[in-house]
Design a protein. Structure first.
Length: 295
């Protein structure tokens, strides 16, 4: 069966995009491999009416609401290829091919974490990347920032609003004089001794034998677009502070006509709330493309 729109990715952005198309009574296929970026987190914050909810519950409820629309179909699986086809696009999933006139890329990103013993097991639970998503719940307790590059200064300068902050350099870089002044002005302190491991809730074991205890830790993972499809299609990419993302205009149109992109794969940084908003815009833009073609 041919579809009017295919949405690749069934997390918050993809669900939101598909909802707009469903409400326009368009035939939509959502392809999802079930790997939400925030699947490690127990709570989602900063999203109106859903503050503090289980992110899995938010996604499950959204999917149930979407699937109540009779023009929507859902396919569990990984979209492993896509190409422009006559009059639209062909998307392959495990040897099967699906045709759509418009394509919405909501693939999300993969996080590549610092190679520190104990960090991965605590990701999303006591080690985070977004202060707005998780900082308030630390209740103004001590905060550690694990450096990954000089950009970690930005983290360290932000986080004193959520608690007394220590920048753990871990041998990654050496702040210059101006950076030291900025950190001092914000009340952040520096720990230069390298990290041996993360233990307990959010305890940092240092190589010199000391142990620093924190209410929570923050770090900035390197991100990678979770699918090769944007590059396969020839979508223009941009370099963000932590990794590449898909370039879009204000309507979430990519550099390829009929291909929209939304969510974390199409932003330098994101959140559930931003993903939902971006998805709504991408879905509406995909509908506009189906009606009128490329602007």
């Amino acid at each position: 069966m041919d579809y009017e729109a295919i949405v690749i990715g069934g997390s918050y952005a993809g669900l939101s995009a598909a909802l707009q198309l469903a409400r326009a009574r368009r035939r939509v296929l959502v392809i999802d491999e079930g790997l939400r970026r925030n699947r490690f987190a127990e709570h989602s914050h900063g999203f109106l009416t859903q503050d503090g909810e289980d992110p899995a519950a938010i996604a499950t409820k959204a999917r149930a609401q979407l699937m109540a629309y009779p023009t929507v179909e859902w396919l569990d699986g990984r979209a492993d290829g896509a190409a422009g086809d006559e009059g639209g696009f062909a998307v392959s999933v495990a040897g099967r091919s699906f045709a759509g006139k418009a394509l919405v890329l909501a693939t999300g990103v993969k996080d590549h974490l610092p190679d520190i013993s104990g960090l991965g097991e605590r990701w999303g639970r006591s080690v985070f990347h977004c202060p707005y998503c998780h900082g308030y719940e630390l209740d103004q307790g001590p905060v550690g920032v694990i450096a990954v590059s000089p950009l970690s200064l930005h983290h360290a300068l932000m986080l004193p609003d959520w608690g007394p902050t220590t920048l753990l350099l871990n041998g990654v870089f050496e702040p210059d004089e101006n950076a030291m002044k900025d950190l001092a002005r914000r009340g952040a302190v520096i720990e230069a001794t390298p990290i041996q491991a993360i233990e307990g809730h959010a305890d940092v074991a240092l190589l010199d034998g000391r142990r620093l205890s924190f209410a929570g830790l923050f770090t900035a993972p390197r991100t990678e677009i979770a699918s090769p499809i944007p590059e396969q299609l020839g979508c223009a990419l941009e370099d963000g502070p932590m990794g590449q993302f898909i370039r879009t205009d204000a309507m979430k149109q990519t550099s390829i006509a009929g291909v929209l992109a939304c969510g974390d794969a199409a932003r330098a940084a994101g959140s559930v709330a931003l993903s939902v908003g971006d998805g709504a815009m991408a879905g509406a833009a995909a509908h506009r493309y189906l009606m009128f073609g490329a602007p």
